[in-house]
Design a protein around this ligand. Sequence first.
Ligand code: HEM
Length: 442
Amino acid sequence: MPVLPGAFPVVGHLPAVARALPELLAYGERHLGTHFWLKMGTMGQMLVCTRPEAFELFNNKDVLADLLGDVAPAMRNTMATQDGELHRRTRGWANPAFQPQGLSAAKVGDLFADVMMAWIEPWPKRGIIHPVEETSALTLKMTFRMLGIAEQDICAWEENYRNYALVSLWPIDLPGTPLRRSRQAQAWIDARLKALITELEHHPSDNGLLATLMRSASAPDISSPQSNLLGNLRALIHAAHKTTAVTMAHLMIKLAQHPAHWDALVQEARAMGAVPRSPAELASFPLAQALFLETLRSEPAFPLVFRRTRQNIELGGRQVAAETRLIIPLILLSRAPSIYPQPDAFLPQRWLEQHRAHKPIQTLQFGSGPHRCLGFHAACMQLVQFAVTLALVLDSEGMRPTLMPPRNDGRRRFPINYPPRDMEIAFRANLSAACFRSDDRR
Ligand code: HEM
């Protein structure tokens, strides 16, 4: 199978992966066919399969998830990189708290709705916002609050999470290097998580998410290095944050680009008159859900997922040897016409027309199989709440979102699929709403 041309020494194709991933993959498919190698810098050479069969890798027992630890060191030794029985035990512990019932019992929806409303209400007065900055700070705050972290401590947590996520191409552990700062931040986070867990002993009536996780009969022992309880909690915050933030930012941009969809969303939000506060209430907001799913399809937050074969396997009609590093190109599969007809069009109605539950492949942006996103229900709730809150707040001020022309088209697509860096959203008077109001007064 051919190697994609154009790799630089040492960094390989990484600069193009980071800046122009969809174009790079499309170029590879056009010129080299459905299977080709990408050079991923110090992570080595990885095989891309662009056929929809790549989705089946998620459920293949001869394919392991541990490779992610090389790409995202923050996820090392956590559920995202565990396999087999250890992973089954970890998910058996964490799953119930993140199912609709668990989220409702811990009143996570109430907390999200209140934090979001307080965050978004001042936006109309500010006039212009930077979507990625705003949604990153908002989701981090929601995630910390979900785990019971006090308001006044959030700044320190934010700073440590920024350092914890630092990645360096040359991992040297010296004072001031990204690796040293990341390790120090990790120690800080773990000490604080431990203190939060100890604190729960003094609050037996606390029924928040952390309490639910820690009081579960299958909660791992905090001192067991293998189960890595602190690492899993730490990674959960990390996984919950940026994916949701960039999807919220993309959603806002789509709503600004498609005024008819914005108007329809406002109608739906007005008809209900309040933000949903639990997973069960989401059913009353089918359009908000469709807008979120279509946004995520056209801009998947995780563009690539990584796997490693432990045995020889067959993939899309080709034999792949054991120990091969694989890429599942979610960003390309999200545009496969066989899964999503008219993939280049933004069509929320594709999610409304379907009356049965979605097939797993249709929500491939959350992965599938044993590692399917733990936060699927939490993310759906947050994104629908976000759309409805935005619609209610702007509508009450007679405003709508509009896009400011970006000064710079540069986008970072990997490891997270960001919108253009300096993209801004302005809130402008909604002329049709203003006319409507003056008509009302007559
Ligand atoms: C729009 C938002 C989100 C997207 C698109 C997303 C996407 C994904 C994907 C594709 C995976 C699978 C990775 C793989 O197979 O290697 C994953 C795993 C995971 N996600 Fe999410 N995620 C989102 C939000 C969240 C939230 C809100 C949480 C936590 C509350 C969360 C927690 C996790 C965890 C812990 C894993 C690892 C699960 C495992 O390996 O067993 N995610 N996510």
